[in-house]
Design a protein around this ligand. Structure first.
Ligand code: MF3
Ligand code: CO
Ligand code: CO
Length: 269
């Protein structure tokens, strides 16, 4: 079955059309600008609730909507995951401490298109082991992105990420994955950050999805706390994550959520 909005593959993955890339690029750009602009608001003594409040204002100022407020009962414009929190950290009144590492994950909707991205931040002095974790995680995301082109498979993306991370004696989280997106927040396929080369659905031009590896310094196992959102490492080891929304082009990949100011890494400044 085809429609004005493209078609679905046999795996239920939507194939968007050339004209749809512009919508994703604008949604991605706004999400990325927000992650750029939040940098000066991260410091020792700041609360994650205040960071989220500022993000909520920024989303509105861009004429966008938050995709997470009201999503499955989640009531914040960001997830803020500190230290051993793997993902889906809920903004709170707890103060950020010296050396804390944080992932901030923002998803906006503009003109019906979803832009979903996250980055790492640090407050105060960055410990060497935290810096290594953050660097490996960011590079792992890009190993995955480099595997995006028509004819490759989703298993190629997962394999590129997993082999790189494990080569640095860190572990990839298996309990959470990336996802298709576009005019919806979460759609097929599940984008695993581990796997075997050559397995899984074949990438086609017009697929839009996120790649968002979570990497732990210790073991990969996670658990979700009683609030039903906060995922933490079982062994309490530090965890990091970066996320980009991407589209498959005729020859490779377009990254929709690149930092316009090129300030995506917490060793900036
Ligand atoms: N932005 C997250 C993702 O990468 C999803 C957050 S859902 C929320 O898919 F409800 F926790 F905000
Ligand atoms: Co996502
Ligand atoms: Co996200």
């Amino acid at each position: 079955m085809t429609s004005a909005r493209g078609r679905l593959t046999k795996d239920g993955i939507r194939i968007y059309q050339l004209g749809d890339f512009a919508g994703m690029a604008e949604a991605g750009r706004i999400a990325a600008v927000i992650l750029d602009d939040i940098i000066p608001h991260i410091f020792v003594g700041q609360t994650t609730a205040e960071i989220d409040r500022i993000i909520t204002e920024m989303v509105t100022a861009h004429g966008a909507k938050s995709a997470t407020i009201g999503y499955k009962g989640y009531m914040h414009a960001s997830c803020i995951s500190v230290n051993h929190v793997v993902c889906h950290g809920i903004p709170s009144d707890k103060k950020i401490k010296d050396g804390d590492i944080l992932n901030i994950d923002v998803t906006v909707i503009i003109d019906g298109w979803f832009g979903d991205t996250s980055r790492m931040y640090v407050a105060g002095k960055l410990a060497r082991k935290s810096e290594r974790l953050i660097e490996v995680t960011h590079e792992a995301l890009f190993k995955g992105i480099e595997a995006v082109k028509p004819g490759n498979t989703f298993g190629d993306i997962g394999h590129a990420i997993q082999s790189f991370v494990e080569g640095h004696r860190m572990s990839v989280v298996k309990d959470f994955c990336g996802h298709g997106l576009g005019q919806v927040f979460h759609a097929p396929p599940n984008v695993l950050h581990y796997g075997r080369a050559g397995t899984g659905p074949v990438l086609e031009e017009g697929m839009f999805f996120t790649i968002e590896p979570m990497v732990n310094l210790g073991r990969s196992e996670t658990k979700v706390l009683a609030d039903d959102w906060t995922a933490v490492t079982r062994d309490k080891s530090l965890s990091a994550q970066f996320e980009h929304s991407v589209g498959v082009t005729a020859t490779g990949v377009e990254i929709f959520t690149l930092s316009p100011n090129n300030v995506f890494h917490p060793t900036y400044g």
